[in-house]
Design a protein around this ligand. Structure first.
Ligand SMILES: Cc1ncc(C[n+]2csc(CCOP(=O)(O)OP(=O)(O)O)c2C)c(N)n1
Ligand code: SF4
Length: 288
């Protein structure tokens, strides 16, 4: 990674924030800017990709190359960027609806293929930009515009999904805990592989149930240390916390596994591939 020395505020791009006052996404941005500064990431080697939603506006505020793509498609677009230019730092930022509803088909493959990127999910348990519909992480107790009498479906847990999908780095924090959130983003960016960080982020405008206070208290009780390379231990920590109505925070799981770009580079080397390869040989193979 190309290094520079910049203050967190120097990573803030000019676009004026459009988030509501008190929106948890502000904490995610502050944490990300701090992580970039601590790592000394060169903005010209950084690509911030997003989908659609309030959370997906984040790249406008970060000095980097950036792409504001389609709803649920940030992951696949970021995959293309990463495989074409493995020397760049790729960060995806998006919401729970974006990532686990419309984008839910892509998530297992980002993790299983171990694409070298950092995926920051801004989990507010609601669709913010479209004015408050229930999302896949909404708790049934929440009354949303689409569920005025409460929900009839259980929520999914992004962290449990990611552990199952084979992500090599899984962490969670409350976005208001900027110190922990930035530490986890920093570690995630340093990690070679698919790093998933779930940041609980309140939407005071549309979600009256999951407030900054409730997220903070659910995240407050830290779990006892476990072996982060042990998948069963990580699953156990998450399941136990869930049963107790807590949200486990910090680094939950981390292992090293070859990334897709590494495997592809190895394959190219094994078969002696190069950009001047005579394509007529491939055509000859197809001749009857
Ligand atoms: C294909 C498609 N379907 C639906 C929409 C409408 N839409 C815009 S944002 C959004 C959801 C936003 O929720 P989330 O991803 O949780 O982010 P938040 O706004 O809460 O940060 C939806 C459904 C869209 N833009 N494109
Ligand atoms: S609607 Fe909710 S998620 Fe969107 S900016 Fe406002 S507080 Fe944040």
């Amino acid at each position: 990674m190309h290094k520079v020395e910049l203050q967190p505020k120097e990573y803030r791009d000019e676009a004026k924030s459009f988030w509501c006052p008190g929106c948890g996404h502000n904490g995610v941005l502050t944490a990300l800017l701090r992580s970039l500064s601590e790592l000394g990431v060169d903005p010209s080697y950084l690509v911030n990709v997003s989908g659609i939603g309030c959370s997906s506006r984040l790249p406008y505020f970060v000095k980097s190359y950036k792409m504001h793509t389609l709803h649920g498609r940030a992951g696949p677009v970021a995959t293309g960027v990463q495989l074409a230019r493995p020397d760049l730092a790729v960060v995806v930022t998006g919401g729970d609806g974006d990532g686990f509803s419309i984008g839910g088909g892509h998530m297992p493959h980002l993790a299983r293929k171990n694409i070298n990127m950092t995926y920051i999910l801004m989990d507010n348990h609601i669709y913010g930009l479209t004015k408050g519909q229930a999302s896949p992480t909404s708790r049934p107790e929440m009354k949303a515009s689409t569920t005025p009498f409460g929900g009839v479906e259980p929520p999914l847990d992004p962290v449990l999904y990611m552990l199952t999908y084979g992500a090599t780095y899984v962490a969670q924090a409350f976005s208001g805990n900027v110190k922990l959130a930035s530490q986890l983003i920093k570690d995630g960016m340093e990690h070679k592989g698919f790093a998933f960080i779930n940041l609980l982020s309140q939407c005071p405008t549309f979600n009256e149930l999951d407030t900054a206070k409730s997220f903070k208290s659910a995240c407050e009780q830290q779990d006892t240390a476990h072996d982060v390379a042990d998948l069963d231990a990580a699953m156990h920590v998450v399941n136990t916390a869930k049963q107790e109505g807590r949200l486990p925070t910090g680094l939950l799981y981390k292992v090293e596994r070859p990334t897709l770009d590494q495997r592809m580079a190895e394959l190219v080397e094994r078969v002696g591939g190069h950009k001047d390869y005579d394509l007529r040989k491939v055509i000859d193979l197809a001749r009857p």
